[in-house]
Design a protein around this ligand. Structure first.
Ligand code: FRU
Length: 446
């Protein structure tokens, strides 16, 4: 069947552009996923709003449409990214109101307002009036106008907020504020690190099993063969002993940025990212069809014995499996998108989708490589240094692929645009199970 590039597993808009996941939370029996939404254009121009999906089980979703618009002087140029915080029967949504002033400005050191704004909701989509909590004058004097993306949590009897920022010296950092009432915030401290770019976006601080992490999306890193291969990066630091150590990228593929995490009611920490990046040198042909970008699959985060974050697709997605077939080294099988391949590996491996792309692991180096530019649209190859490849899970949707390696130690994600939804999959060096998948359900409130 000809591929219409409509995703079956990944949340995406019917029309327009989406970027970062926002406001992730579990509230009144449902998961809530808000997102940066430009309804006016698939290229992202026009109004920047928040859209909203919700689900009882991460499988059946309902879209309640656009829930926050840039309709006040304090957010007139964008309802930018932010978070959700649940207290009692109320969901508090904190976001950045972006303002661009008229005049001759560089919009870095002058001309831009970045306001932390609060709205509350009792049902997830009807919002209270907007309340301005912080303005540029409330940020440390060393900051440029780029301060944004609040993430709030409660700990030790106080509320905490982190904001991403760029200093006037072009150093990326995180600002940490504290509050006793969620409305009055006091600056506590700044986190930064050497040689980590000019701007840190979308910070997220959280603990898993006693291990503390800070996630950031830094811009301006030096690109290497195995590290920071994309225009902008995204990764997490360990925060043991007050310092930031061991920056590890969330995803070594082509399309991943601005992730956010939240805690599920059963204590799982779940992460979703934007399966896209700004200012990329490659393209997405869905633009001509009226929409662009999707979110990643929800990923459960756990910590390995040696303190590293492992990412795996949430187990709910296994309920979508049907038609299992065993797959062994040397096999070539026909399969329809979407599918899920879970396999053990021994030594060098190669998993190839037709002439579309291949995942190859050989001599300690893994690579996700497009074989055909009409499917890659400018994407070529991304590398990961993986000394020993033990297992692999590949979830392929109609227009993207996520490769989970070694129990989720490394993930590589990419948008892909094969012409047909039937794929000839050939495998070398692996043995496992290949499942065809049902899709998630997304209902849209009219
Ligand atoms: C990250 C980001 C955020 C900002 C939002 C605007 O992709 O640049 O820093 O709040 O997107 O859409």
């Amino acid at each position: 069947m000809k591929n219409d590039f409509r995703q079956k597993l990944h949340l995406e808009p019917k029309s327009g552009w989406i970027n970062d996941p926002n406001g992730l939370c579990y509230f009144k029996g449902e998961y809530h996923v808000y997102y940066q939404y430009s309804p006016d254009s698939p290229s992202g121009s026009g109004r920047k709003c928040w859209g909203h999906w919700k689900s009882p089980d991460l499988i059946s979703w309902r879209s309640t449409g656009t829930v926050l618009f840039p309709d006040t002087p304090e957010d007139k140029d964008g309802v930018y990214s932010g978070c959700g915080f649940v207290k009692g029967d109320t969901l508090y949504l904190f976001y950045t109101g972006n303002v661009k002033e008229d005049g001759d400005h560089d919009y870095i050191t002058s001309g831009r307002g970045a306001n932390v704004i609060l709205v509350t909701t009792k049902n997830g989509h009807d919002m209270s009036p907007k309340k301005i909590l912080l303005r540029n004058s409330d940020y440390p004097a060393e900051c440029s106008c780029h301060v944004r993306d609040p993430k709030v949590w409660e700990e030790d009897g106080r509320y905490h907020m982190v904001l991403g920022a760029r200093t006037l010296q072009d150093i990326g950092c995180v600002l940490h504020y504290v509050s006793d009432d969620l409305e009055n915030w006091t600056f506590l401290e700044k986190y930064t690190a050497d040689d980590m770019g000019y701007m840190w976006e979308c910070p997220d601080e959280f603990t898993i099993d006693g291990h503390r992490f800070l996630s950031i999306s830094p811009q301006g890193l030096v690109h290497g063969k195995y590290d920071n291969q994309n225009v902008y990066s995204s990764g997490h630091y360990c925060m043991e002993n007050g310092g930031l150590t061991d920056f590890t990228e969330w995803d070594k593929g082509f399309d991943f940025y601005a992730p956010q995490s939240f805690e599920a009611p059963d204590g799982r920490r779940i992460l979703l990212g934007w399966e896209g990046i700004g200012d990329i040198p490659y393209t997405n042909p869905t633009v001509e069809l009226g929409w662009q970008h999707c979110l990643t699959l929800p990923r459960e985060l756990t910590v390995s014995d040696d303190g590293k974050i492992l990412q795996n697709p949430v187990r709910e997605l296994e309920s979508l499996r049907k038609d299992a077939a065993l797959i062994n080294s040397g096999d070539t099988v026909e399969i329809s998108l979407p599918f899920d391949l879970a396999a053990k590996a021994a030594g060098d491996i190669k998993v190839r989708f037709d002439n579309v792309l291949q995942f190859v692991s050989c001599g300690g180096e893994s690579r996700l490589e497009f074989l055909d530019d009409s499917a890659g649209c400018g994407r070529d190859v991304r590398y990961a240094h993986i000394p020993e490849l033990r297992d692999i899970r590949i979830i392929a949707d109609k227009a993207s692929v996520e490769v989970y390696i070694n129990g989720g130690e490394t993930v590589m994600s990419a948008r892909m645009y094969p012409e047909e939804t039937e794929i000839t999959l050939s495998a070398e060096g692996i043995s496992g199970t290949l499942y065809e998948l049902n899709g998630i359900e997304v209902i849209t409130d009219e």
